[in-house]
Design a protein around this ligand. Structure first.
Ligand code: COA
Length: 257
């Protein structure tokens, strides 16, 4: 299955399982991921959720560029909304969500990791928002959640440059809570999930709800604007060129007029 779900006691682990594509997410996978999160969120027996990617190279290498390359503005709006729905399904789940980032967390991968309550990383984890190199802005919440996680200046640098941030730097700026040796991140996240699940479930859920409350109002309008801006560049030269260049494995020639 491209989205795996494993329940052990009160902990559910959701795994994006498409390692040949470095767990990049197309709309079919996104819909399945959304349905999986919603079903786990509705399961009262689950008291903590771990979210990860299959394999030892990648958490999620972002939205599927081969699908995005051909989107119209209208379709891009729907694609952004789908990414937002998945992110907000994690945020709205009553149980805490821990992202176990085991490699590339690029673009949409970084954005979905940011929708978790907190993140642990393996030593080979790499975070980036490389969208501007593809001719588009971030579209799954990066302009909002990254800013909240690491502050406006560092988020702006990441988004404007697209540069890759390795695990030790991610720890330094507070993007992740912990860095552990490669191969241990999932187990570390699960042990923390078990520790959460051993606490009073109602108090943990209330705590998550209260943390969530603080950011809801401002976020909704800004996210709607992000989806609109993301879609608005589709069909333009830079989006077509940026994605065609990635798919053809060549440098993009952007319009610098
Ligand atoms: N969308 C679609 N396909 C992707 C992808 C994505 N976001 N990320 C990786 N893949 C595919 C590659 O095209 C490749 O497919 P192929 O075997 O059919 O050629 C496969 O996954 C393996 O990736 P590859 O690029 O060969 O691995 P690598 O180790 O050389 O590079 C990355 C790894 C992550 C650095 C590189 O794949 C990359 O830059 N991916 C795009 C990341 C990105 O921009 N994400 C944000 C999108 S908004």
């Amino acid at each position: 299955m491209p989205i795996d779900i494993e329940r052990t006691g009160a902990v559910a682990t959701i795994t994006v399982n498409n390692p040949d594509r470095l767990n990049a997410l197309n709309s079919t996978l996104l819909k399945e991921l959304y349905a999986t999160i919603r079903s786990v969120a509705a399961d009262d027996a689950i008291r903590a959720i771990v979210f990860t990617g299959a394999g030892d190279r990648s958490f999620i290498a972002g939205a599927d560029i081969s699908e995005m390359a051909g989107l119209t503005e209208h379709e891009a709006q729907a694609f952004a909304r789908l990414g937002h729905a998945v992110a907000s399904a994690f945020e709205q789940a009553p149980q805490p969500v821990i992202a176990a980032v085991n490699g590339f967390a690029l673009g949409g991968g970084c954005e979905l990791a940011l929708a978790a309550d907190f993140r642990f990383a393996s030593e080979n984890a790499v975070f980036a928002q490389p969208e501007v190199g593809l001719g588009i802005p971030p579209g799954w919440g990066g302009t909002q959640r990254l800013v909240r996680a690491v502050g406006e200046g560092f988020a702006a640098e990441m988004i404007y440059t697209g540069r890759r941030v390795k695990a030790d730097e991610a720890l330094h700026v507070g993007l992740v809570n912990r860095v552990v040796p490669q191969g241990e991140v999932l187990e570390t996240a699960r042990l923390t999930a078990v520790a959460i699940a051993d606490n009073a479930g109602s108090a943990v859920r209330l705590s998550k709800r209260l943390i969530q409350r603080g950011r809801e109002a401002a976020s909704a309008a800004a996210l709607a604007e992000e989806a609109h801006a993301f879609a608005s560049v589709f069909g333009g030269h830079d989006q077509r060129e940026g994605m065609d260049a990635f798919l053809a494995k060549r440098e993009a020639a952007f319009d610098h007029e």
